[in-house]
Design a protein. Structure first.
Length: 394
C-alpha cells in the first residue's frame, strides 16, 4: 500500500560525499516550472500538496519515519521541531498512523535551486573499516591525528551575524592568528597533535577524511571507532578533480575505486595527489558501539535513511522526501532524516545518503552520483528557514 491517495511525483563531519566530493560534480536541469515559488536567500521552497509527492511503500515510510524520530530527543527544545517531536513519540508503528500524523502536522515544500531547477545531485557516503594499530609499527605508519591543542577556532557569527555558520581556524603566532598548516605540510612534517591510531595506507587516511568517520580494525579483533574532531580551515578540493586536470582520469570515470586503483599503480605520486587537497581532518575516538556513526546532529546515523545536507538550506533534524536511484538504476523513494552535514555538501537540491558500514556500503557510496529531487516536510505554521545570502562552505 502506498502513502498517497494518488500517484506522487520527488547528498564533513563532515561528511562526506563520494562521487561529488571526489570529482566536484554539478546538479541537473529543470523539468518543472509550473508551481508558485517562494524565493529564499539561498534556495527556493515550493509549496506543494501532499499528492505531489512520489508514492512510497509502507516499509520505506516506517523506516524513514523511525530514522527521523530517533533524533527527537535532541530536538525536544528546538523551536521549530520541538512540538512535532513531542507529538511523534505517541505515534504507533503503523503506516496508516504515520501517514495521518505527517499530513496533520507537516506541510510539503519542494526544493528548487536559484534558477528554479528541481533536480539535483544525490551522492553517497559510508563508514569505512581500515586496518591499523594503536601504536606505530613497520606496517602501520600513517598517523591519524587527534585535534591539535594549538588549533584556534573563531566563530564569526558571534561578532558578525551575517556570517552565520562561518568559522576561522588558525594558529596564534604572538598576537596574530595565522592560517593553520595545510594538508601537504601536515603529511610531510607531522602535527603537534597526538596520533590516536596508525593506518597502513595514506589513501585510507584520505578516504577516511572524506567520509568523516570510520573504524580501524585492530590486530586483536577490536574495531576502534573514530569520528570527525575538527578541520584545519582550508576548503576541500576534490582529489578526483586533480586527477581529471592531470589527464589521468575522465570526469565521468571518477569513483573511489578508480582513484584507489590509480594510487596503487602510481605510489610515487600519492604525495602529489594528496597535496592537491589542502583540507585536513582531525579525529577523535568514539565509544565502541554497533550503532551507526554519529552525524552533525549527534545521533547515530541510519543506513539508507540518514542524509547529509547543506544546513544553510535544510536545517538539521528536518524530515525530507527523497526520490532518486541507486547506482544500478533501481528507484529509491523514501523519507529520510537530515542528520549530518559535509564540507562538500553544498547547494539547494543536494544530499549525501548514508549507506552504512564496510565494503558493501562503500561500493554503493563510491558509485553514487545520481539525479534526484528533494521535498522538505516542514511543521505547519512555522516560518521557513532564514539564512544570510552567503557563499556555501564554512
Amino acid at each position: 500500500m502506498n502513502i498517497a491517495l494518488k500517484p506522487w511525483s520527488r547528498r564533513l563531519a563532515w561528511a562526506l560525499p563520494m562521487i561529488a566530493v571526489l570529482a566536484g560534480c554539478d546538479a541537473g536541469k529543470d523539468t518543472h516550472k509550473d508551481e508558485t515559488i517562494k524565493p529564499h536567500a539561498v534556495a527556493t521552497y515550493v509549496n506543494a500538496p501532499w499528492e505531489a509527492l512520489p508514492a512510497v511503500s509502507d516499509s520505506e515510510l516506517l523506516a524513514g519515519f523511525e530514522s527521523w524520530r530517533s533524533a527527537c530527543q535532541r530536538l525536544k527544545a528546538d523551536p521549530v521541531w520541538g512540538a512535532t517531536c513531542a507529538a511523534a513519540t505517541a505515534v504507533p508503528g503503523d503506516a496508516a498512523a504515520v501517514r495521518g500524523f505527517l499530513k496533520e502536522r507537516l506541510d510539503v515544500f519542494g526544493l528548487r535551486s536559484a534558477d528554479n531547477t528541481p533536480n539535483g545531485l544525490i551522492t553517497g557516503y559510508y563508514e569505512p573499516v581500515y586496518p591499523g594499530s594503536l601504536t606505530e609499527t613497520p606496517t602501520a605508519h600513517v598517523p591519524v591525528y587527534g585535534v591539535p591543542d594549538d588549533l584556534i577556532i573563531v566563530n564569526l557569527e558571534s561578532i558578525y551575524p551575517e556570517l552565520k555558520g562561518k568559522r576561522l581556524r588558525g594558529r596564534l603566532e604572538g598576537r596574530v592568528l595565522k592560517p593553520y598548516d595545510d594538508a601537504s605540510t601536515i603529511n610531510g612534517q607531522g602535527s603537534t597533535a597526538k596520533p590516536i591510531a596508525w593506518l597502513t595506507d595514506p589513501m585510507d587516511l584520505q578516504f577516511l577524511q572524506i567520509q568523516g568517520s570510520g573504524r580501524i580494525q585492530l590486530a586483536g579483533g577490536r574495531q576502534l571507532r573514530i569520528g570527525y574532531g575538527d578541520q584545519n580551515g582550508y576548503p576541500y578540493r576534490p582529489i578526483g578533480r586533480w586527477l581529471v586536470e592531470q589527464g589521468e582520469l575522465k570526469k565521468e570515470d571518477v569513483t573511489m575505486g578508480a582513484i584507489g586503483a590509480w594510487a596503487k599503480a602510481h605510489p610515487q605520486r600519492i604525495p602529489e595527489l594528496l597535496a592537491s587537497n589542502p583540507s585536513y581532518v582531525f579525529f577523535s575516538a568514539r565509544p565502541d558501539s554497533n550503532e551507526g556513526p554519529r552525524g552533525s546532529l549527534n545521533v547515530p546515523l541510519t543506513a539508507g535513511y540518514s542524509v547529509a545536507v547543506d544546513r544553510k538550506v535544510i536545517p538539521l533534524g528536518s524530515l525530507l522526501w527523497l526520490s532518486t536511484t541507486r547506482p544500478d538504476g533501481a528507484p529509491i523513494v523514501r523519507p529520510v532524516a537530515a542528520q549530518d552535514t559535509g564540507g562538500a555538501i553544498t547547494g539547494e537540491v543536494r544530499a549525501d545518503l548514508f549507506w552504512g558500514t564496510g565494503a558493501a556500503a562503500g561500493e554503493l557510496a563510491g558509485n553514487m552520483k545520481q539525479q534526484g529531487q528533494i521535498w522538505m516536510l516542514w511543521p505547519k505554521g512555522a516560518a521557513l528557514p532564514q539564512v544570510p545570502d552567503a557563499p556555501a562552505g564554512t
